[in-house]
Design a protein around this ligand. Structure first.
Ligand code: ZN
Length: 139
């Protein structure tokens, strides 16, 4: 973030003045144009704002149940490296397909790519975090 040097104008007639904005009001000289000691101080703050977005969609049949298709597109924070990546993932249960493409958003390089039958998809993402719980609910 950066703050530009404030611009000082006469608060009455708008004449631009070469004045220190931090100076106390009592030390101000009357405006050379209209004699006013009121001031208008304009401060411009510049900042860079980066937007992150992720969109997801799920398709379900009218009779409910698990979504037959899930799609995720967007920015994904990679926990191991702390960097943002561009994720595109399609989980197509109806056709037993799993597609995942992870790109470096800066270069567009493919960092990770996975196309396989969903039934054979193992090892990362949601599949890895799935914890089996005992059926009786006791540890
Ligand atoms: Zn003035």
């Amino acid at each position: 973030m950066s703050v530009d040097k404030p611009a000082v104008n006469c608060g009455n007639c708008g004449l631009q003045l070469d004045e220190d904005t931090t100076a106390p009001a009592e030390t101000r000289l009357p405006c050379p144009s209209c004699g006013s000691i009121t001031r208008a101080i304009h401060v411009t703050i510049r900042d860079t704002v980066t937007f992150k977005e992720k969109l997801g969609l799920k398709g379900r049949h009218a009779d409910g149940g698990k979504p037959f298709i899930e799609q995720i597109q967007g920015d994904d924070l990679h926990r191991d490296t702390g960097t943002w990546r561009r994720l595109s993932r399609v989980i197509d249960r109806e056709n037993d397909k799993y597609h995942e493409v992870v790109k470096d958003p800066a270069t567009g390089d493919i960092l990770h790519e996975c196309h396989e039958p969903l039934s054979q998809h193992r090892g990362h993402g949601a599949a890895k975090r799935r914890v089996k719980e005992p059926k009786d609910g006791k540890p």
